[in-house]
Design a protein around this ligand. Structure first.
Ligand code: SF4
Ligand code: SF4
Length: 95
């Protein structure tokens, strides 16, 4: 299976763009992430996102459960990484 960066992060999430990683940067994550024990603030790149914007923890038990809960949603993911960062960032500010 191809590894992708998304919080939805698997090929089972139709529409998710491998190497996007927008949802690993834009939202805040309150669960502990290996290397980020307090989670991460909005707009901060997850330390587990590699240089290709793929999740280093994909398929491992160390990957936070919340990362699997975010499915591709065109309203949040848009048509590009830049759009995803903007749209998820706006959503984050409203919630
Ligand atoms: S922001 Fe959307 S398209 Fe980008 S990696 Fe996350 S789920 Fe996939
Ligand atoms: S652990 Fe980090 S890089 Fe991996 S899916 Fe979650 S937020 Fe993205």
């Amino acid at each position: 299976m191809t590894q992708t960066a998304a919080l939805s992060a698997d090929a089972a999430a139709p529409g998710c763009r491998a190497g996007c990683g927008g949802c690993c940067i834009a939202p805040s994550i309150s669960s502990p992430i290996p290397g980020m024990p307090n989670g991460k603030p909005a707009g901060v790149r997850c330390v587990q996102l590699d240089d290709d914007n793929l999740c280093k923890l994909f398929g491992t038990p160390q990957r936070p459960a919340v990362c699997g809960d975010f499915d591709f949603d065109h309203e949040l993911c848009g048509d590009s990484r830049e759009e995803a960062l903007r749209l998820i960032g706006e959503w984050e500010r409203l919630t």
